[in-house]
Design a protein around this ligand. Structure first.
Ligand code: S3P
Length: 195
């Protein structure tokens, strides 16, 4: 891996650049967007939320895509958007919970990025997703049961990520520091917090 991770920015308006994208993976409620934003701020690099990019490309919300066209169409769109983002300039990229389950996307992530799995237990995920209606997979049936099933199916695949960081109920800043420390272990210059 190219370890020239962070090129200092020339001015306040220009964020620094990364050698590779850092892709945050994990289940709904793991804190991918929250930690991703903090990470981007600490490292002074750009943050991109894949779900928001999918909505922008589709011109409607994820819930609407599921409702009008079904999950298969959503996954096709997600694959296309992830491919575009991963082949673009490196960023801190928060992936949707299902993105890393796609073999093609996983391969692109391997090729272009460092993947970080934010691992959380069922209680944490259930608490963090409770009462929020924007995730179609959790809107039908018992969301806790759905999350439990997704843990079973997805955790062995998320475990293929380059780095695993436990999130739990910790303060997000602490999780962010843990991610930076873990990144620094695999490539010392990868994660230099902004001065
Ligand atoms: C999904 C997770 C969601 C979103 C969509 C499907 C999943 O993203 O992409 O609702 O399959 O786990 P978040 O993980 O950011 O909530």
């Amino acid at each position: 891996m190219n370890e020239t991770a962070k090129i200092p920015s020339n001015g306040p308006a220009e964020p620094a650049t990364l050698a590779r994208s850092i892709v945050l993976v994990g289940l709904m409620g793991a804190g991918k967007s929250c930690i991703g934003r903090r990470l981007a701020q600490r490292l002074d690099v750009a943050f991109v939320d894949a779900d928001a990019e999918i909505e922008l490309a589709a011109g409607c919300t994820i819930a609407e895509i599921f409702e009008k066209y079904g999950e298969g169409a959503f996954r096709d769109g997600e694959r296309r958007v992830m491919s575009r983002l991963l082949q673009g300039p490196p960023t801190i990229l928060a992936a949707g919970g299902g993105a890393f389950m796609d073999a093609e996307t996983r391969e692109l992530i391997r090729e272009h990025a460092v993947s970080v799995w934010l691992r959380a237990d069922l209680d944490t995920l259930a608490a963090r997703t409770k009462g929020r209606g924007h995730r179609p997979l959790l809107n039908a049936g018992d969301p806790r049961e759905t999350l439990a099933k997704l843990i079973e199916v997805r955790y062995p695949v998320y475990a293929e990520a380059d780095i695993t960081v436990d999130t739990g109920a910790d303060n997000p800043n602490l999780t962010c520091v843990r991610v930076i420390e873990a990144l620094a272990k695999i490539a010392p210059t990868f994660a230099t917090p902004a001065p």
